[in-house]
Design a protein around this ligand. Structure first.
Ligand code: HEM
Length: 223
């Protein structure tokens, strides 16, 4: 297995890990956003959706472990890549970083990624924990929706969500095209399309996820 860790530890290997795990996370976010849209259908629709997920809980658990590993690899590799790049150009960073190959989004991946990470820890410690381990929802049967409403009516929590998912959009805007580039799908003719597709994807994710805290904080009148 020495060859494997050596290959993954090389610079291009790390980029491949970022690309693969990044694409896994891109797909996960699409499913997550679509599922969350049931919140707009009211308590019955959302609780029904969560109960459906409950039926296939063993499968969900396997997916969660996979997702956890993907996140860990993605973050660990991202920090290492960032650190190696920083070491490679310590002093002329400000000048070379703004060369024509970089954008605001690519230069801020470590910052936007770090905020998204803090968001994720908070998100899992609240929603995911309460949904899975508080015991409460299972007793009441229909409390999932109520948990979401309760948390999103806390202003700092809802506003932090909005800021974090906008930064997630920045992160995805560069991450999407970067993953494609790593796999060599950067043909002159098609790459501008990939870049546009990445931006469309990032904007949909940011606006879609931001819509929930905004709705429950400002527009929700009770069901
Ligand atoms: C802002 C709107 C969002 C809402 C309303 C929301 C809601 C939820 C809920 C209710 C759960 C628990 C599901 C369950 O265990 O049955 C959950 C889990 C999770 N969320 Fe979110 N989420 C949002 C945004 C995000 C974002 C932007 C990310 C990633 C950056 C994310 C990543 C996750 C992960 C990794 C889990 C655990 C895996 C799972 O059980 O599906 N969520 N979310």
């Amino acid at each position: 297995m020495g060859w494997l860790s050596e290959a993954l530890g090389s610079s291009i290997g790390k980029k491949f890990v970022m690309g693969f795990t990044g694409i896994g996370l891109i797909l996960f976010l699409i499913f997550h956003l679509v599922g969350n849209f049931t919140l707009y259908g009211g308590p019955e629709a959302f609780n029904g959706y969560v109960h459906t997920l409950d039926i296939v809980k063993p499968i969900i658990r396997v997916i969660e472990v996979g997702l956890g590993l993907v996140f860990i690899f993605h973050i660990y590799n991202g920090i290492k890549l960032w650190w190696e790049n920083k070491k490679a150009r310590p002093n002329d960073y400000k000048i070379s970083a703004k060369s024509k190959n970089t954008t605001f989004f690519s230069r801020t991946m470590i910052q936007t990624g770090s905020i998204v990470f803090i968001f994720l820890v908070l998100h899992l410690a609240t929603f995911w924990w309460l949904f899975n381990f508080s015991g409460e929802p299972h007793e009441k049967g229909d409390a999932y929706y109520a948990i979401v409403v309760e948390w999103f009516q806390i202003p700092w929590y809802a506003i932090f969500y909005v800021i974090a998912v906008i930064l997630l959009g920045f992160h995805l805007n560069h991450g999407f095209q970067s993953a494609f580039q790593t796999f060599g799908w950067n043909h002159k003719k098609y790459f501008p399309f990939i870049q546009k597709l990445g931006t469309v994807y990032a904007v949909i994710m940011a606006l879609g996820f931001a819509s929930f805290p905004i709705y429950f904080l400002f527009f929700y009148g009770g069901n």
